[in-house]
Design a protein around this ligand. Structure first.
Ligand code: NOJ
Length: 513
């Protein structure tokens, strides 16, 4: 087990790109790899360290790429392998890492592995997926339910008179990591992309890959609920994570963040460690109301539970599966304060592309809904400028988020008071100050509606205060402090007076520091 004081495997900031929605250069209205390459200088200007791309593999897109049909090729809507190589090279020239999404729990039903597996009970790849006989009444083998659909997690396949397991869509059959050949084939995917220069991976629902071989019914309290958020089997998953970790460590080495989509950060932390995952998402802040008390409890709890296993935490305020942070907190000022919190908390921050512009979810008219999981709003295209199509070559696949004529990258680059500049400034501060990257963290009590925490190392201390109210709040702290950054710009460079303006987050240093 790693010591809590060990340097983290990765201490930078990760920027999540949903490639379909980033920038279209080909004119088909779908973002592509060339669009990402075109914006690398902007991302360097912004100051992130790594780009995580949601899936770019060949896919029928039933779940927009989380249904992989070929792990070693790029889907034509995004470009070609040569475009991926060019993007990786151009990113590396700029000291940016490139991380890919790795989808280990399932493939597309169009994947040649599944096509072979379903072809006959005797096929050598039959056991690469999870096939079971019907229950005595002819129904599914157990009571598991699939995510997204009000339906069983099993689909009957007439040709071979068995059911196959899919914890997501029927188009996403679960693979069977207990089969050594499947496991090796999945590890080969990592080898393939590491050899192409990929620096890290985000592993999709990786806590689901270790299955209970008995496939027991879910207990009544969770029966009927999509399974991704419960009923995992850590002891069955750990050996696979060890094999993954060994593969990642072999040169060229890469890091991995696991999507451990479990509600309790203590459970999540058990998947991280020296021979397990480097990092794991914990989504507590996404699920938390914008209230100081909740944030305080979460920050303290996460810190305790991750320290207990010597693991480095992560912080996430948005992604392609959840309503955007600006929509959740409701006030632009609060979204700005939240960004300051995200970047200054101890752990690896993950920024969802567009949150640096304060984008809100798009309103999707019923006839434009395309996602089976109801997540189109947060996947709306990024507006790059104020022109008619906001820099996109074609009409985008989803409607724009609200007020793209104001909330676009060009307008905000021209406005030093914008959310974009704030994000850039707080990222620069984090980069410049080791205490904000790797320093210890202590949550302190200052006022009910304020989250306050200290970040300290040999170089000094920073104090972060976040006012969760849309009114001024007293937040006295002992000692003399100077404001180095304020989410609303107010008072920067001056002494801290003990009072925060509405929705204000500040980063303070000792006045003589
Ligand atoms: C989690 C991903 O983030 C989500 O977008 C996807 O639908 C499921 N896993 C299934 O792969």
């Amino acid at each position: 087990m790693a010591d809590a004081m060990d340097p983290p495997a990765f201490e930078g900031v990760v920027y999540q790109i949903y490639p379909r929605s980033f920038l279209d250069t080909s004119g088909d209205g779908i973002g592509d790899l060339a669009g990402i390459s075109a914006k690398l200088d902007h991302l360097v200007w912004l100051g992130v360290d790594a780009l995580w791309l949601s899936p770019i593999y060949r896919s029928p897109m039933a779940d927009f790429g989380y249904d992989v049909a070929d792990h070693t090729d790029v889907d034509p809507v995004f470009g070609t392998l040569a475009d991926a190589d060019a993007l990786i090279a151009a990113a590396h020239e700029r000291d940016l890492q490139v991380w890919l999404d790795y989808v280990p729990n399932h493939t597309s039903d169009q994947h040649p592995w599944f096509q072979a597996s379903r072809s006959s009970r005797d096929d050598p790849k039959r056991d690469w997926y999870v096939w079971r006989d019907p229950a005595p009444d002819g129904g599914p083998p157990n009571n598991w339910r699939a995510a997204f659909a009000e339906a069983p997690a099993w689909t009957y396949d007439e040709a071979t008179d068995q059911y196959y397991l899919h914890q997501f869509l029927p188009e996403q059959p679960d693979v069977n990591w207990a089969n050594p050949q499947l496991r090796e084939a999945m590890l080969d995917v990592l080898r393939f992309w590491k050899d192409r220069g990929i620096d890290g991976f985000r592993a999709d629902v990786v806590h689901l890959i270790g299955k209970d071989p008995a496939y027991p019914d879910d207990p009544p309290e969770v029966a009927g609920v999509g399974r991704a958020g419960h009923h995992h089997l850590p002891e069955a998953t750990a050996p696979h994570l060890r094999a993954i970790r060994e593969t990642l460590e072999l040169p060229p080495a890469a890091v991995m963040v696991g999507e451990i989509n479990l509600p309790d950060a203590a459970q999540v932390a058990t998947y991280v460690g020296e021979d397990l995952l480097h990092l794991a998402f914990q989504f507590s802040l996404i699920y938390s109301p914008w209230r100081a008390g909740y944030w305080r409890d979460i920050v303290g709890y996460v810190q305790r539970e991750f320290d207990a296993v010597g693991a480095w935490p992560t912080w996430v305020l948005g992604n392609h599966d959840n309503s955007r942070v600006a929509s959740r907190v409701g006030r632009a000022g609060a979204a700005r304060a939240a960004m300051v919190g995200l970047v200054t908390l101890r752990g690896v921050p993950f920024l969802y592309a567009g949150d640096e512009l304060g984008l809100e979810d798009a309103v999707i008219p019923p006839d434009r809904v395309v996602d089976p999981g109801g997540r189109d709003g947060e996947r709306a295209p990024i507006p790059w400028d104020g022109s008619e199509r906001h820099g996109w070559a074609g009409e985008p696949w989803l409607p724009w988020p609200p007020v793209p004529e104001i909330r676009n990258a060009a307008a905000q680059r021209a406005d030093e008071g914008s959310m974009l500049h704030l994000t850039r400034r707080v990222l620069a501060l984090r980069r410049a100050e080791s205490s904000l990257r790797t320093g210890e963290q202590e949550v302190i009590d200052v006022a009910d509606d304020v989250l306050a925490f200290r970040r300290t190392d040999d170089s000094g201390t920073h104090l972060v205060l976040i006012n969760f109210l849309d009114e001024p709040t007293d937040a006295e702290v002992t000692g003399d402090w100077r404001i180095v950054l304020a989410s609303d710009g107010a008072g920067e460079g001056g002494s801290y007076t003990g009072r925060l303006s509405p929705d204000q987050a500040v980063v303070l240093v000792t006045a003589n520091g």
